[in-house]
Design a binder for this molecule. Structure first.
Ligand code: UT7
Length: 333
C-alpha cells in the first residue's frame, strides 16, 4: 500500500471531573474492588453530570486542540465524530460541535463503529487530507457510556466510563523525512452483532414503554464471547500489519490499544513479544470510554514522555459489530 500522505499534528482529551470508583460500585451492585481489578484492570472511571453529553465533551476536547495548535475554527475543513452515544439521532454530533466551535467552513458527520470508531474515523480523516482536497481535519471520539449503562447490571456497569479525545490531521510534506500513516487494516464481522449491542431506540424497536421496561436502551454484552474474539483479532491484526510492512514487535515503539480489558491488552502484548514499556495501558483510571479510549491514551502517552517524533506506533481496537481496526503510523511531532 502506498503511504498515505497525512499525519496527526495534535491531540487533546476531555474527561469530566466526577469519579465513580470501584468502592462506589461496591455500594451499588453485588461486586468487589478485587473482582473488578483482577478481571478488568479498572479502578475508577469518569462520568458526566449536569446535562453534559457527547457533543459537549467533544467540543471541550476540540476547543483545547485548536487553542493548543493556534488554529482558527474557520481553518477546519472536516469534522468526523466517532460515537455510539450521540446527543440525539439527528442532528449529528458533528453538526453540534461545528456550530459551537464556529467552524463555519467545515462539513462533517458522525461515524458509528463502537470501540473501533475512533480508528475508523481517523482513517476517513487521513483519506480526505491525503487526497489533497482538505488541509485540516478534526477527528473526535466521544462517548457518554453512562447514558446507556444499566447501573443495576454488574456485568456491564463496572466496565465503562465517559470521555472524549480529538486529533488534528494535516498533510505530510512529500519527502521521506516527513512522518505519517504507514498502513491500516479494518474489517467487520456482523455475525458477532448479538454479543454486544443496544437493541432499543432504533427503527426496529422504537422507544416505547415496553422497550424501557425490557431495558432495551442499555448495553447488553456476552463478555466471554467478546473477550475471546478480541484477544484473537487484536493479535491477528497486529501481526498482519507489522509483518506486511517489514516490522516485528521489536520495532514497535508504542502499542496504543483500545482499553476494554487489561487482560485482552496483555494477551496481545504477549503474542507480539512486547515489554510493558511498549504498551500504553491506562484503563485503570478511565475504564472503557469506547470511541474515547485511543485519543485519551495518546495524550497520556505524550504526558508521560512515551511518544516522540519518528516513533513507530500501532493503534488497535476491537468492538461491537464486530468491528476491528488497526492503524500503523510514524508519530509526527
Ligand atoms: O470494548 C468493547 C469490547 N468489549 C470487551 O472487549 C469486553 C470483553 N469482555 C470482558 O472484558 C470480560 O469478559 C468481562 C470483564 C466483561 C467479564 O470477565 P470474565 O472473566 O469474562 O467473567 P465472566 O463473564 O465469565 O463471569 C465470571 C463470573 C460470573 O459468575 P459465575 O457464573 O461464574 O458464578 C459472573 O456472574 O463473574 C461474575 N461477575 C461478576 N462478579 C463480581 C460478572 N460481573 C461481575 C462483577 N462483580 N462486576
Amino acid at each position: 500500500m502506498p503511504p498515505i500522505r497525512a499525519k496527526i499534528t495534535g491531540v487533546t482529551r476531555y474527561v469530566p471531573p466526577r469519579l465513580l470508583t470501584n468502592a462506589d460500585l461496591e455500594k451499588m451492585v453485588d461486586t468487589t474492588n478485587d473482582w473488578i481489578l483482577e478481571r478488568t484492570g479498572i479502578r475508577e472511571r469518569h462520568l458526566v453530570e449536569n446535562g453534559m453529553a457527547s457533543s459537549h465533551m467533544a467540543t471541550e476536547a476540540a476547543r483545547a486542540l485548536l487553542a493548543e495548535k493556534g488554529v482558527h475554527p474557520e481553518e477546519i475543513d472536516l469534522i468526523v465524530v466517532a460515537t455510539v452515544t450521540p446527543d440525539m439521532l439527528f442532528p449529528s454530533t458533528a453538526c453540534l460541535v461545528q456550530d459551537r466551535l464556529g467552524a463555519t467552513r467545515a462539513w462533517g458527520f458522525d461515524l458509528l463503529a463502537a470501540c473501533s470508531g475512533f480508528i475508523y474515523a481517523l482513517t476517513v480523516g487521513f483519506q480526505f487530507v491525503a487526497a489533497g482536497t482538505h488541509r485540516k481535519a478534526l477527528v473526535i471520539g466521544s462517548d457518554t457510556m453512562s447514558s446507556i449503562i444499566d447501573y443495576e447490571d454488574r456485568a456491564t456497569c463496572v466496565l465503562f466510563g465517559d470521555g472524549a479525545g480529538a486529533v488534528l490531521i494535516e498533510p505530510c510534506q512529500n519527502n521521506p523525512a516527513d512522518m505519517g500513516v504507514i498502513d491500516f487494516h479494518h474489517d467487520i464481522d456482523g455475525s458477532g452483532g448479538c454479543f454486544l449491542h443496544m437493541p432499543g431506540g432504533g427503527s426496529l424497536h422504537p422507544p416505547s414503554h415496553e422497550t424501557v421496561e425490557k431495558k432495551m436502551h442499555y448495553v447488553h454484552q456476552d463478555g466471554r464471547q467478546v473477550f475471546k474474539y478480541a484477544v484473537r483479532r487484536m493479535a491477528e491484526v497486529s501481526e498482519m500489519l507489522l509483518t506486511r510492512n517489514g516490522f516485528t514487535g521489536k520495532d514497535l515503539d508504542l502499542l496504543v490499544p483500545h482499553q476494554a480489558n487489561e487482560r485482552i491488552i496483555r494477551a496481545t502484548a504477549e503474542r507480539l513479544g512486547l515489554s510493558d514499556s511498549q504498551v500504553l495501558l491506562n484503563i485503570e483510571r478511565y475504564g472503557n470510554t469506547t470511541a474515547g479510549t485511543i485519543p485519551i491514551a495518546l495524550v497520556d502517552a505524550l504526558e508521560q514522555g512515551r511518544l516522540k517524533k519518528g516513533d513507530l506506533v500501532l493503534l488497535l481496537a476491537v468492538g461491537a459489530g464486530y468491528t476491528t481496526g488497526g492503524l500503523l503510523l510514524r508519530w509526527a511531532y
